[in-house]
Design a protein around this ligand. Structure first.
Ligand code: UDP
Length: 423
């Protein structure tokens, strides 16, 4: 007999409202829905999805108080704190009502992003079990555990003159420079709190990882020894979920027809995700590096990349003319389809975890240009552990040109490509 909605147990999802966090949470929702749970998503006003794109989910709103606040990368800790302060009361109201409903389905649990700390407070009060969804690799969480440990042991900050290329013994293959914060400086209290939030799972029934046991084995094992709750590394979620519309920026699908006209494995796809920023000097260096490499390219330049002026307008006219025949620029691409396209032969990336999982599934080799957060850890795994990519060594014109030529047009590049396919 077919299971009807009213018999389904309800799972409440609370994503952190940024692209790289919303997508995997909704993908998990899709997987759970296909296993007969009903899904209620509590989303902030900021970066909210259109419920009509997800008819099988119920959406409720959390007023976040973020109107008018600077939501750029350098203010994210503040954004997080404002959101946590404002969302707690409305979340409690929604949960209390849901728990009192007779026909809405029993609430099985809340699955939340660890940045949404208020969930834990309310769930504890209302005695609803919770699980965290980690949208980063365990290698990153483990690096933060080690970072905190070094801080507590007063082994960091290191002296200014320290060589940060040295390996961290407890976190192989990471170097001191791969931690989320520079280790030769004092660590501000809000950052310590951020790390503590990310490494605290004590009140949770389990941790769900959008990660893969075989890629993230050692860090998962290390964390499992510390945290005695079940782990579910169920990634890559984009492979088990139904295709979902979770883009916060409109995708420019015309680039797919442009790709159709390119030769197999010839195009470098360039995208630094939804939050990374760079200065104008680096943008120009990157442009000339791409131009001088003489490779066809598809380049995503979202409006927030320069933290001000439009990056596409900022590109030099001479660059645009020189690359008109072999280049395509867009504000936002249908990335998963792009990476799966036979014309794409390489990916210059910021090493966001979603992008990394997506590209690994397509066997495309990478050029790493990490920005912040978990990117340095992921870049290190890509280049040193899985050996499916190279890093941009210097962010100059020559540095970009060299990296692109190595990946796209050298014997070394062919070997890296083969390893990416094998992986
Ligand atoms: N993405 C996309 N189109 C683009 C660039 C990115 O659809 O032009 C998607 C990408 O497929 C991924 C997400 O945005 O799912 C970015 O997440 P990631 O964790 O890689 O980076 P973040 O944006 O969080 O830094």
């Amino acid at each position: 007999m077919e299971k009807t909605e009213w018999r389904r147990k309800r799972v409440v999802l609370v994503p952190y409202p940024f692209q790289g966090h919303i997508t995997p949470m909704l993908q998990l929702g899709s997987v759970l829905h296909s296993h007969c749970f009903s899904i209620t998503v509590l989303q902030t006003n900021f970066n909210s999805l259109d419920p009509s794109d997800h008819p099988s989910f119920t959406f409720l709103t959390l007023p976040d108080g973020l109107e008018g606040l600077d939501v750029s990368l350098n203010n994210l800790l503040n954004v997080m704190s404002v959101m946590n302060a404002n969302c707690e009361a409305p979340f409690e109201e929604h949960m209390t009502r849901m728990l009192g409903e007779e026909d809405g389905g029993e609430v099985a649990c809340i699955i939340y992003d660890p940045f949404m700390k208020f969930v834990d407070i309310v769930a504890d009060k209302l005695k609803v079990p919770t699980m965290q969804l980690k949208v980063n690799p365990a290698a990153y969480t483990h690096s933060m555990v080690i970072f905190l440990q070094l801080l507590q042991q007063k082994l960091i900050p290191l002296p200014e003159s320290s060589d940060l290329n040295v390996l961290v013994p407890e976190a192989y293959p990471l170097r001191y420079k791969d931690f989320l914060m520079p280790v030769t400086q004092g660590i501000p209290e809000p950052v310590v709190e951020f790390i503590q939030t990310n490494t605290n799972v004590q009140s949770n029934a389990a941790v769900i990882w959008n990660s893969v046991e075989s890629l993230d084995h050692w860090p998962l094992q290390q964390l499992q020894q510390r945290w005695s709750i079940p782990f579910f590394p169920v990634g890559p979620l984009h492979k088990s979920a139904q295709p979902l519309q979770t883009s916060l920026i409109k995708e420019d699908k015309a680039c797919l027809s442009w790709l159709d006209r390119q030769s197999p494995n010839s195009v470098l796809f360039v995208s630094l995700g939804s939050l990374s920023v760079m200065d104008e000097e680096e943008l120009i260096n990157m442009a000339w590096g791409i131009a001088k490499s003489e490779q066809p390219f598809l380049w995503v330049l979202p409006p927030n990349l320069l933290n001000g002026s439009d990056p596409i307008d900022t590109l030099p006219q001479e660059f645009k003319e020189m690359t008109r025949e072999r280049g395509c620029t867009v504000k936002w691409a249908p990335q998963k389809k792009v990476l799966a396209h036979t014309a794409v032969g390489g990916f210059l990336t910021h090493c966001g975890w979603n992008s990394t999982l997506e590209v690994l599934c397509e066997g495309v080799p990478l050029i790493c240009r990490p920005s912040f957060g978990d990117h340095m850890v992921i870049s290190r795994y890509i280049t040193q552990e899985w050996k499916v990519g190279i890093a941009v060594e210097v962010k100059t014109e020559d540095g970009y040109e060299r990296a692109i030529r190595t990946l796209m047009a050298s014997e070394e590049g062919k070997m890296i490509k083969q390893r990416a396919v094998n992986l």
